[in-house]
Design a protein. Structure first.
Length: 285
């Protein structure tokens, strides 16, 4: 009997060390802390930025605070606060995978490559890459960039596409928009390429807006999604339900008008085609 007990105790000890620890899910973390932590930007006019009153505001932040957080709060049966942390193209996936943030809520393009590392919500914004150039520039579109110095953000889809599909251009990568735009204003590069919404925002903030134009049609398709850790369908469903409710109720379009309408931070009209696309993403209840 003593020998059998010794064997059982030894087996229990081995199992206790070899059994995998079950990681806390995102919803469990939010329930424990009462807080949804998002990664977002501080200098993207319209989407997420620090305003003149030192408030962290923008379209993607409003969507989280007014559509997604209430859905999570309803599910958990308790109030949920939204905490914001700065994320950038190079840091946003590491922030997610390290559990530093629960959701990336900014201008992150949903791509098949990125889906290997993270999951995405439904598409909440659609744009495409173009070029910001000085008025009178010979660059009228992607067909004119051979041999030209083209600025792009490090880790961005635009940088990858220029590098892979237009190798005859001289690609220079910068850590953020201010650095890229400064290089353009100082003549260090011939054009800055990024999503059309970014470029419209830069023109609006420029010292002499009339000096700059956006050139070319979209040479990429940029469907923005909100990114989260992989394989957490319960959390992803809540994020998607919040976005669908906002679209169905009209709240999404009110917020779009607030930030991107004619009197918004970055005038960028919502096309009828894009509006229909958003509406068609809303599945029946």
């Amino acid at each position: 009997m003593k020998r059998m007990l010794a064997v059982l105790l030894s087996l229990a000890t081995v199992l206790s060390f070899s059994a995998p620890a079950f990681a806390e899910t995102t919803l469990e973390k939010i329930n424990r802390t009462g807080m949804l932590t998002i990664g977002t930007r501080t200098g993207l006019s319209g989407f997420a930025f620090i305003n003149k009153n030192n408030e962290w505001v923008g379209f993607s932040i409003d969507l989280v605070e007014q559509a997604i957080a209430p859905e999570i709060s309803k599910k958990l049966g308790k109030p949920i606060r939204v905490e914001k942390k700065e994320s950038t193209p190079p840091t946003r996936i590491p922030l997610l995978t390290s559990n530093a943030v629960d959701l990336i809520a900014e201008t992150m393009t949903d791509t098949r490559t990125r889906r290997e590392s993270v999951d995405f919500s439904l598409t909440y914004f659609v744009t495409g890459a173009q070029f910001l150039v000085k008025k009178g520039s010979p660059i009228k579109g992607v067909q004119d960039i051979a041999g030209k110095r083209i600025a792009a953000l490090q880790g961005s889809t635009s940088a990858r596409v220029i590098r892979e599909e237009y190798p005859s251009a001289q690609l220079l990568e910068f850590p953020d928009q201010p650095a890229a735009f400064q290089a353009l204003t100082q003549g260090q590069v011939d054009a800055y390429t990024s999503d059309g919404t970014y470029l419209a925002g830069l023109i609006g903030k420029a010292l002499n807006p009339g000096d700059w134009v956006i050139a070319g049609d979209f040479y990429t398709y940029e469907p923005y999604g909100m990114a989260m850790r992989k394989n957490e369908s319960d959390f992803r469903n809540l994020v998607n339900n919040g976005l669908m409710e906002a679209i169905e109720s009209g709240k999404y379009f009110e917020l779009y008008e607030k930030w991107f309408g004619p009197k918004g931070e970055v005038p960028y009209p919502l096309t009828a085609e894009n509006k229909r696309f958003f509406i068609l993403q809303v599945v029946p209840k």
